[in-house]
Design a protein around this ligand. Structure first.
Ligand code: ADP
Ligand code: MG
Ligand code: ZN
Length: 482
């Protein structure tokens, strides 16, 4: 039997505001525990919340960027639950009248564009943090995060594979970064996703029972959790078993999930309108002014790269997906004037470094200016490609000026012809069999000889020049042979 996978995501994103959602405490990650809170975000009796206008603006910005309608009338509700991370015993959130609703985001998987519906985006406050196991058998609680503004983005159940779920999460992350709505620092928990997933036999009309995996905090985790859960549910159905509606915890280290609890129904939360906050009336002119001040979105940037710079769409997509990378690219192009060189370098060497060492290298010392400088030297033939990579690594590590690094490591290309001629002659003498192979038509042998010469020159000469000399010498010896 063939199965169809159905996935809907709920994405929580902390907003980049100066202060919290309903009080003037600082909205910043970390800090000494329980130093960034006040009677309002601790929910002490008699205090009154006041909505942060900037948080509302950022929610509207996110909605506009995701093609949502903006509610003219919206309100807050209390979601009641008891857990020590929330001293008020309720979360102030939005139940039936969210700020934004009925939008969509376009994702691309294997060159095919697909529209995923956004059901709603609502504003709510974050909870505090429990720290387990740090203090004997008890737990500690830090309320600094209490009241930090969040948006929750709820998609329609319209993704059909782990690849699509990953693409959606990535796309939304990049939209939030571009619009300045969130810094999306996943290692700090400022962006996290819940994966809702069900499977059904192909052709069946009604949805299967879904499970929900909460708080996935990396793109990779969203992908792997979706894959594993689809697999798990299909296996259950194949065995004739039943999938239970439940909340599951994904263990990214083990690559598997465990049942956590039965899924609660929304009536369990006894939602009711927040009596301490007025409804929010959003005027059309205000929405129009938010729209007018929207930063450039990833899509339009991508089109600019394709149309103005002639960069392949695939490359442009990958570069623009990551705002920091794309900012670095833009600036580097302004410095060196070579968009194709810059994009090729990013697509190979920078991407590899990001994959190996994480996105943080873009927070470190690499900037559009120093990257552009390196490309300028590379383009002029002042350094080799291999040297350029060394310089980039050093920049990431120390933030030193490219020129200093190249001086220090003696990476400037040597143009001394005698030096190259000598290296070529001695390599050809020492590697007679490889030379014969090449003359007999084995093209691969050339790469070997080239490698030998470059290594003899310690990589300090221009490969194009070396290549030319090597070719000339080989031709000469071929002439001698004939
Ligand atoms: P809740 O508030 O209980 O989490 P919602 O109805 O708001 O439930 O849905 C939450 C998420 O679950 C949405 O992203 C939605 O797309 C997704 N979802 C709903 N039904 C299914 C299903 N059968 N299979 C997969 N995802 C689903
Ligand atoms: Mg949910
Ligand atoms: Zn406060």
């Amino acid at each position: 039997m063939e199965y169809e996978v159905i996935i809907g995501l709920e994405i929580h994103s902390e907003l980049k505001t100066d202060s919290k959602l309903f009080c003037s405490c600082k909205n910043d990650f970390g800090g000494e525990p329980n130093t960034r809170c006040c009677p309002v975000c601790l929910g002490l009796p008699g205090t009154l919340p006041v909505l942060n206008r900037h948080a509302l603006e950022l929610a509207v910005r996110a909605g506009l960027a995701m093609n949502c309608k903006i509610s003219g009338f919206s309100k807050f509700d209390r979601k009641n639950y008891f857990y020590p991370d929330m001293p008020k015993a309720y979360q102030t959130t939005q139940y039936n009248l969210p700020v934004c609703y009925d939008g969509y985001v376009e994702i691309e998987v294997d060159g095919i564009t697909k529209r995923i519906g956004i059901e709603r985006i609502h504003l709510e406050e974050d909870a505090g943090k429990l720290i387990h196991d740090a203090y004997g058998s008890g737990s500690l609680v830090d309320y600094n995060r209490c009241g930090v503004p969040l948006i929750e983005i709820v998609t329609r159940p319209e993704m059909n594979s782990a690849e699509e779920a990953r693409a959606l999460f990535e796309t939304i992350k990049s939209i939030l970064e571009y619009t300045g709505v969130s810094d999306c620092k996943m290692q700090e928990g400022s962006l996290r996703a819940d994966v809702n997933l069900s499977v059904r036999p192909k052709g069946q009309k009604q949805f299967g029972t879904r499970t929900e995996m909460k708080n996935l905090n990396s793109i990779r985790a969203v992908y792997r959790a979706s894959q594993a859960e689809a697999q798990r549910q299909i296996e259950i159905l194949e065995r004739g078993g039943i999938v239970y509606q439940e909340t599951r915890r994904w263990d990214d280290r083990k690559g598997e999930s465990m049942a956590m609890r039965n899924k609660e129904e929304s009536m369990d939360y006894r939602y009711f309108p927040e009596p301490d906050l007025l409804p929010v009336i959003i005027g059309e002119e205000w929405v129009a002014s938010v729209e007018k001040n929207m930063p450039e979105l990833p899509r339009s940037r991508r089109d600019r790269y394709v149309n103005e710079f002639g960069i392949p769409k695939y490359d442009a997509d990958l570069i623009t997906m990551n705002k920091k990378l794309s900012d670095i690219f833009d600036r580097a192009v302004a410095v060196c004037g070579k968009p194709k060189l810059a994009s090729n370098f990013i697509m190979t060497d920078i991407m590899r470094r990001i994959n190996e060492n994480g996105e943080e290298i873009l927070d470190a010392n690499l900037t559009g200016d120093n990257f552009g400088q390196v490309l300028l030297f590379l383009d002029r033939g002042d350094i080799t490609h291999a040297a350029a990579i060394k310089v980039i690594d050093k920049i990431v590590e120390t933030g030193e000026e490219p020129k200093h690094i190249i001086d220090g490591l003696e990476l400037w290309v040597q143009r001394d012809e005698d030096l190259i001629n000598n290296a070529v002659t001695s390599v050809l003498e020492a590697n007679r069999p490889a030379l014969d192979d090449f003359l007999a038509g084995k093209d691969k042998a050339f790469g070997f000889l080239m490698g030998q010469v470059m290594s003899k020159l310690k990589g300090k000469c221009d490969p194009a020049q070396v290549r030319e000399v090597l070719m000339k010498e080989i031709d000469k010896s071929a002439g001698r042979q004939n």
